[in-house]
Design a protein around this ligand. Sequence first.
Ligand code: C5P
Length: 293
Amino acid sequence: MNKKSINLTAPAKINLFLEVLGKRPDGYHELETVMQEIDLADTITLEETEGGIELSCTDSDVPCDQSNLVWKAARVFQKETGVEKGVRAHLVKRIPVAAGLGGGSSDAAATLKGLNTLWEAGLSETRLMEMGAQIGSDVPFFIKGGTALCTGRGEIVTPLRVRHRFSYIILYPEIRVSTAEIYNNLKIGLTREKKDVNLTCKALLSDNANALNGSLFNRLEEVAFELYPELRGFRELLEGYLPGGGVLLSGSGSAIYGHCEKQEEAENVKEELNRRGIKKAFVVSSMLATASA
Ligand code: C5P
């Protein structure tokens, strides 16, 4: 019998800007963040079964139980649609975990989109985004893809029509950071100056590399460096190779990226990092939104 199956790509993201506006009554934080998909991706195969959810993964450090966001996405989809079918998912993990690169959230978004196709459920993008928000704050962004300004707790997604493909070098320091721990230790001062997200949006839309470098910002960097002091050294290392600037921690960390003017520059920095014993460095390009997004 020919089983119905589908192959999916789940890209990572970086945060080009992240400001925390305040703490919300629900415990989450009100954000202004610009996220951009990059071409470092996990792949997922979904295969229809008689019932239930099965999950396997190439990375033995990744749990394949109910805590995995692929599993959660499949469960939410089954519950919300009432579909009485099962799925066998296989996840090929390439995106470092607990790195601020959104790997788990992207896997969840790809699973929701994939099941919508596999089970011919015909759900709208808005409906998939609502389901995604139940799974994690970053999941709705990955339903849309491309580059977007994300507000609320991250789930309100405004696409930015970026036409240029930007190049980055990503350094993964092999440190796992807990996002909840970072937010729990964040001190929101009333007197501090709020950073302006419009500078980042304008730089992206006008393809101005220098302006982009100057506008990159992440409010979580300071607390991440306090809790994981080794991270600061990795940032300084990357800054040493990119004197023009444009180096930042992604999300709650631990990955640190540098914006490079050309892919060639990113390749050179990668070689230097490898020579210094840093094995997990990735040359990536930003992804443009697909026509359907
Ligand atoms: O939404 P998600 O499950 O990805 O969030 C992980 C954790 O990060 C939350 O439990 C919360 O502690 C923190 N968080 C937050 N404010 C946000 C997003 C995440 O406090 N806007």
